[in-house]
Design a protein around this ligand. Structure first.
Ligand code: S3P
Length: 429
């Protein structure tokens, strides 16, 4: 595995982040079901989204890629795949496809890499079975997952923990079902599926409930219409540079054309509470998603407590946040983030281990972690095959005293193949 060596350096310049991963997956998956041609521009060409493309192709859907423009020729009925569908490292691919396959007149087996094979699928299998599909998972829980589609019935399903992937799987199955399908979440998770479905002409109803819970509902059968999607830049990919720049006195970073969907930007609120100077300019809506420019000016930050309903809105940004917290003054505490244990790695463990490896004091909590900020001496970190650990600790190198070596950094290609190039462009020695 190649090792990425990152020396201390000041962050300065303009970043154009790659297309949003969540929206790119959805453009292909929903486009695959919409009869006719769906076009996604600024599509993320990365390992995860290529898995989604390969899976829908194996289901008989034609997809053409021309640079970062992808055309999907959707069809209402898919073809039974000849092989196991390989979702690779991608939780979004496997979970959303489970939902979509539940209403198709065929049987398919979905599998993934060693990381995906450790991630829970019962959270989608249980509601999809309630709707009428046959869904079996290894040990009742893990990939491979076998889905046999059936005639579906709408259900109302309450999620114990907010999850956009589970919510989306159920809503997508709801497109085929008879009657209403409602998903209740204890806090709002990212709503890209809802926004794209609306752009494709499907009626999606959202109701706020007591205590910050939300109910999202579709009525089936409903057929999405093809659409042209302009995919915004990925906030989660930009977040590594945003968090590091915000925490580095003297840094100046502009992030252009980045997605600013409020269900994704919890990190900005937290950085501001830490004392960061982050401004949003030119906020506009593109294809149903908020997009804008971020201007970040580095400062010395102070520690913060993060918990509760904002956690789903920054769940993928915790690795970036802890790096900023490492050089901030005082302690940072993250709680209510037990979901991190079932991401591409157990991110509570892997983040704490990586912080210690670079000389930062940190400890695990059952549902979060504590970082004792102040100094970031540097050292060698193992990515554990997790793209977000690799990228977070690569930018930690810029903030460090003696540099950081990230072993296994090639996994950044899961979501951000050009990460290394941007790191070199934005780091001034
Ligand atoms: C995603 C949802 C999130 C996030 C993941 C991508 C999506 O997971 O962590 O990286 O595209 O729907 P949850 O399902 O836990 O919300």
């Amino acid at each position: 595995m190649p090792t990425l060596h990152v020396s201390p350096g000041r962050i300065q310049g303009r970043l154009q982040p790659p297309g949003d991963k969540s929206i790119s997956h959805r453009a292909v998956l929903l486009g695959a079901l919409a009869e006719g041609r769906t076009v996604a521009r600024n599509f993320l060409r990365a390992q995860d989204t290529e898995r989604t493309v390969a899976c829908v192709q194996a289901l008989g859907v034609a997809v053409e890629a021309d640079g970062d423009t992808v055309r999907v020729y959707g069809r209402r009925e898919w073809r039974a795949p000849e092989r196991v569908l390989d979702a690779g490292n991608s939780g979004t691919t496997i979970r959303l496809l489970c939902g979509l396959l539940s209403g198709q007149p065929l049987e398919a087996v979905l599998d993934g890499d060693s990381s995906l094979r450790r991630r829970p699928m019962d959270r989608v299998a249980i509601p999809l079975r309630r709707m009428g599909a046959e869904v079996e998972a290894r040990e009742g829980r893990f990939p491979p997952v076998r889905v046999r589609g059936a005639r579906l019935q709408g259900v109302r399903h309450e999620l114990p923990v907010a999850s956009a992937q589970v919510k989306s799987a159920i809503l997508l199955a709801g497109l085929y079902a008879d009657g209403a399908t409602a998903v209740v979440e204890p806090a709002a998770s990212r709503d890209h599926t809802e926004r794209l479905l609306r752009a494709m002409g499907v009626d999606v109803r959202v109701r706020p409930l007591a205590g910050g819970a939300v109910a999202v509902e579709v009525t089936g059968p409903a057929q999405p219409a093809p659409v042209e999607v302009a995919v915004p830049g990925d906030f989660s990919s930009a977040a590594f540079f945003v968090a590091a720049a915000a925490a580095q006195p003297g840094a100046e970073l502009v992030v252009e054309h980045v997605g600013l969907n409020p269900t994704r930007t919890g990190l900005l609120e937290v950085l501001r509470e830490m004392g960061a100077c982050v401004e949003v300019e030119d906020l506009r809506e593109v294809a149903g998603e908020p997009v804008g420019t971020l201007v970040v000016r580095g400062r010395r930050l102070r520690g913060v407590e993060v918990a509760g309903q904002r956690v789903p809105r920054l769940i993928d940004e915790v690795p970036a946040l802890v790096v900023a917290a490492a050089v901030a003054e005082g302690h940072t505490v993250v709680r209510d983030a037990g979901e991190l244990r079932v991401k591409e790695s157990d991110r509570i463990r892997s983040v704490v281990r990586a912080l210690r490896a670079v000389g930062v004091e940190a400890e695990e909590l059952p549902d979060g972690l504590v970082v004792r900020g102040g100094r970031l001496p540097g050292g060698a970190v193992e990515s554990e095959g997790d793209h977000r650990i690799a990228m977070a600790f690569a930018v930690a190198g810029l903030l460090s005293e003696g540099g950081v070596a990230v072993e296994g950094a090639e996994c950044a290609a899961v979501s951000f193949p050009e990460f290394d190039r941007w790191l070199r462009t934005l780091a001034k020695g």
